[in-house]
Design a protein around this ligand. Structure first.
Ligand SMILES: [Zn+2]
Length: 46
């Protein structure tokens, strides 16, 4: 079956990538990023 994708590839709704973890949700030590709480999105509440 040939499925034709009519919708363009779009990124998930991420308003701003967390600059601390780069949007991965994991910091450089492999722990959950404390800045975005692991969401990968910048949290302006900090
Ligand atoms: Zn982060």
């Amino acid at each position: 079956m040939n499925i034709t994708r009519t919708q363009p590839d779009e990124f998930p709704i991420i308003r701003y990538r967390c600059c601390t973890c780069g949007g991965t949700g994991v910091d450089s030590l492999g722990d959950t990023c404390a800045d975005c709480d692991g969401t990968g999105a910048e949290n302006h509440g900090a």
